[in-house]
Structures are given as structure tokens and as C-alpha cells.
Design a protein around this ligand. Structure first.
Ligand SMILES: Cc1cc2nc3c(=O)[nH]c(=O)nc-3n(C[C@H](O)[C@H](O)[C@H](O)COP(=O)(O)OP(=O)(O)OC[C@H]3O[C@@H](n4cnc5c(N)ncnc54)[C@H](O)[C@@H]3O)c2cc1C
Length: 51
């Protein structure tokens, strides 16, 4: 799997970096990456959800 490693929001969109070293810039990111989501901290901060 070519996993997500980072998201960086900028004026041209969101720069998305992947584990294979590639990057692209997109208009919209949908976080559907499960309980260990890499997207969640960018939206809600580093704190983990409580159960
Ligand atoms: C053993 C077990 C049994 C369960 N049984 C039930 C049940 O009977 N009923 C029920 O309602 N729920 C059940 N659940 C809970 C259910 O599986 C989860 O609530 C549900 O799968 C969450 O869906 P999701 O789409 O948020 O995440 P997920 O189904 O976890 O999907 C996340 C996806 O994102 C991908 N991903 C993760 N990180 C990255 C990354 N960095 N880059 C790219 N892709 C990434 C993953 O490969 C995966 O394909 C069970 C869970 C487990 C572990």
C-alpha cells in the first residue's frame, strides 16, 4: 500500500505526501483511514479519541 505520510494545507490546495516519496496537491482530502488515521490529527489535533 502506498500510505499517506503527511498533509500540508496551502493556497494551492492540500499537499499530500506518500510513503513511496511521491507527492501531489489536491482540492479535497477525505479521511477514511480507520482507527489509526493519519488524517485525523490534521483536522482535530494530536489528541487521541476517548472510548
Ligand atoms: C476484529 C474486528 C471485528 C469487528 N467487528 C465488527 C462488527 O461485527 N460490527 C461492526 O459494526 N464493527 C465491527 N468492527 C469495527 C469495524 O471494523 C470498524 O468500526 C470499521 O471498519 C471502521 O471503518 P473505517 O472505514 O473507519 O476504517 P477501516 O475499515 O479500518 O478502513 C481504513 C482504511 O484506510 C487504510 N489506511 C490506513 N492508514 C492508511 C494510510 N496511512 N494511507 C493509506 N491508507 C490507509 C486501511 O488500509 C483501510 O483500508 C470490528 C473490528 C475488528 C478489528
Amino acid at each position: 500500500m502506498n500510505g499517506l505520510t503527511s498533509l500540508t494545507e496551502g493556497p494551492a490546495g492540500v499537499a499530500v505526501a506518500y510513503t513511496d516519496g511521491t507527492e501531489n496537491t489536491v482540492d479535497l482530502v477525505v479521511g477514511a483511514d480507520g482507527v489509526r488515521s493519519k488524517v485525523r490529527p490534521y483536522v482535530l489535533g494530536a489528541e487521541l479519541p476517548s472510548c
